[in-house]
Design a protein around this ligand. Structure first.
Ligand code: SAM
Length: 307
């Protein structure tokens, strides 16, 4: 469950503290990578750490589907000059992006899934039920589908499926019914309206510190951005882009994603061309979680293409 993304703790400002940064650098830079792909550049925190730890001749191709994040990353990484190439792209097109940038034979790939603190903290993006804003939730604001469209137009059964499958929410049917009843009166426009509707449908009591709207907001975000479809493509294409000895690290924040990463990495290791560098997922230490509550659900897994 991606509790971290919907934590009501104060954010870390516009700069996203790189989650498990030291562990990522240790995994990806041990073999002195020269071609690095950061598939989820965000505001460039991990990218800066990787470039600092890599040999001076190393270059990094950074992708993100969020143009606002890319603009911040480009500023943050300016000091690395031509060592950094930034592209507005979905990581589902990783192989194409790698080819176009002349990056074939990648030594290190990082995917730090989910969303950056700065997007989460921006009320106009509509990701958080803690902040009043429009029901948007698009990571890429050039995409057409918004959470508003799902909530106000999807059939009740499809809404219930999305909330159950992507949110693992047991009250999915009650919430879907409440959405359909509410939208008959007038469209559901804001994060606050949706939150209040969920609280009325399944109660407002937190269980295990998790607000009842957490799972539904997560589910809608996953559906709006087809997050699982993109991850499936990344897990197909990423390993194929690696040079012998190259490594791919993925940080997942909820169980659906982590299960996909674990299954795919095990499958590749079983086939013989790859080895798992993490038999079990690595977790952030208590100090990091205390410093950055959004790290608390992170799971890091890493795979190496056999040299
Ligand atoms: C957790 S943040 C990454 C933060 C980054 N590691 C840093 O240190 O600043 C995840 C980023 O991945 C991006 N993202 C999520 N899914 C994506 C996809 N399918 N393709 C490209 N970028 C994606 C989000 O827009 C967000 O900026």
């Amino acid at each position: 469950m991606h509790e971290a993304a919907y934590s009501d703790k104060p954010g870390t400002g516009t700069v996203h503290e790189p989650v498990m940064g030291a562990e990522v650098v240790a995994m990806l830079c041990e073999r002195r990578p020269l071609r690095i792909v950061d598939a989820t550049l965000g505001t460039g925190g991990h990218a800066a750490m990787l470039l600092e730890a890599a040999p001076a001749g190393a270059c990094l191709l950074g992708l993100d589907r969020d143009a606002q994040a890319l603009a911040l990353a480009a500023m943050r990484l300016e000091r690395f000059g031509s060592r950094v190439i930034v592209r507005h792209a979905n990581f589902s097109a990783l192989a194409q992006m790698v080819g176009e940038a002349g990056f074939s034979g990648v030594d290190a790939i990082l995917a730090d899934l989910g969303m950056s603190s700065f997007a989460l903290d921006d009320p106009t993006r509509g990701f958080s039920f803690m902040r009043e804003g429009p029901l948007d939730m698009r990571m890429d604001n050039t995409a057409r589908l918004r959470a508003y469209d799902l909530v106000n137009e999807e059939p009740e059964a499809e809404l219930a499926r999305i909330i159950y499958e992507y949110g693992e929410e047991r009250g999915s049917r009650r919430i879907a019914r409440a959405m359909v009843e509410a939208r008959r009166r007038h469209p559901i426009e804001t994060t606050g309206e949706l939150r209040a509707l969920i609280e009325r449908a399944i109660g407002s009591r937190r269980v295990g510190g998790v607000h009842p709207a957490t799972r539904t907001f997560q589910a809608l975000r996953i559906a709006v951005n087809d997050e699982l479809g993109s991850l499936r493509a990344l897990l197909e294409e990423g390993p194929r882009c690696l040079a012998p000895g190259g490594r791919m690290a993925v940080i997942a924040y909820h169980s659906l994603e982590d299960r996909m990463v674990k299954t795919r990495m095990r499958e590749l290791a079983h086939q013989g061309d790859f080895s798992l560098l993490t038999r079990k997922a690595m977790r952030p230490g208590p100090e990091e979680i205390a410093r950055n509550p959004r790290a608390r659900s992170a799971r890091l897994r890493c795979l190496q293409r056999n040299p």
